[in-house]
Design a protein around this ligand. Structure first.
Ligand code: CP
Ligand code: NVA
Length: 307
């Protein structure tokens, strides 16, 4: 049995296998021949933070696959009142077929998974958002951006940046991350990615000047400057991220046919201008739709691994 906690645990072949499966399931849905791969299975979805895409894509994905999904807000379950992760994991494993968790610490998620006897999926932690990257790479494939691509991530060295690091390190592409000083990615995650890059051939570079990072890029991407849980730092962050908005001038430095990705939700005129977000290079809604297909690929893959 496997969990899906970080791309660190996955080989390049496995990541591509999940993506192939997600495309197969997407094609079946679009051609009106959907298959119910997870008949009568139940997914529990624990949310300790807000969500639109992750919640809806997992919930609808599970219904479309023939199963059902339970939304478990931490405000409503005993976890929110201090019941330990390890107890919750063992109880839910007796009743559910799979669990998705959106929580704060990666360690908490890993503790849950260590005690679960059903597959556990990371629906975002402070450290990683791996399900998002499956959808992002699918979107790159659909827009013809996977042949020796240069990806430029402009912004906070957060969970999304860390997930890009892992994806690049595993698949072996060029990734440039530009962040303001003091907002760089976690040093341990960088070290891990750099070690992996030695074998995969990934070129990973870090910048403080976003203009250098986006030069001739095939994909420009960013994320909010204020992640969930950082609301009190908003004023300081907005000041510190000055010059990091992806606007038309920045897009113009990339390749002419570069695409713009954003995991969403987006904050206009902060990390991205309205013009770029709504402009012709932006493929954010293809990316958002792919969340649905990606989650299905991940769930069906995990189900197949336990058989
Ligand atoms: N991108 C993403 O995970 O969106 P939600 O927070 O709406 O789930
Ligand atoms: N970095 C953001 C991603 C939201 C999908 C956050 O953690 O809030």
């Amino acid at each position: 049995m496997r969990h899906f906690l970080t791309l660190k645990d996955y080989t390049k072949e496995e990541i591509l296998e999940i993506i192939d499966l997600a495309f197969k399931i997407k094609k079946e849905l679009k051609s009106d021949t959907p298959k119910t791969y997870l008949n009568n299975q139940t997914l529990g979805m624990i949310f300790e933070k807000s969500s639109t895409r992750t919640r809806v894509s997992f919930e609808v994905g599970m219904y479309q696959l023939g199963g059902s999904a339970l939304f478990l807000s931490s405000n409503d379950i005993q976890l929110g009142r201090g019941e330990p992760m390890k107890d919750t994991a063992r109880v839910l494993s007796r009743m559910l077929d799979m669990v998705m968790i959106r929580t704060f610490s990666q360690e908490g998620l890993e503790e849950f998974a260590a005690h679960a006897t059903v597959p556990v999926i990371n629906g975002l932690t402070d450290a990683y958002h791996p399900v998002q990257l499956i959808a992002d790479y699918m979107t790159m494939i659909e827009h013809g951006k996977t042949k020796d691509p240069i990806i430029a991530y402009v912004g906070d060295g957060n969970n999304i940046a860390h997930s890009w690091l892992m994806l690049a390190a595993k698949l072996g592409f060029e990734l440039r991350i530009a962040s303001p000083r003091d907002y760089e990615c976690d040093g341990r995650i960088i070290d891990h990615a750099m070690r992996l890059a030695e074998t995969s051939g990934a070129h990973i570079r870090f910048y403080h000047d976003p203009k250098l990072a986006v030069k001739d890029a095939d994909v420009i991407t960013t994320d909010t400057w204020i992640s969930m849980g950082q609301e009190e730092e908003k004023a300081k962050r907005v000041k510190d991220f000055k010059g990091f908005m992806v606007d038309s001038a920045m897009m113009a430095l990339a390749k002419k046919d570069a695409i713009f990705l954003h995991c969403l939700p987006a904050y206009r005129e902060y990390e991205v201008s309205e013009e770029v977000l709504e402009g012709p290079q932006s493929v954010i809604f293809d990316e958002a739709e792919n969340r649905l297909h990606a989650q299905k690929g991940i769930m069906v893959w995990l189900d197949q691994k336990r058989k």
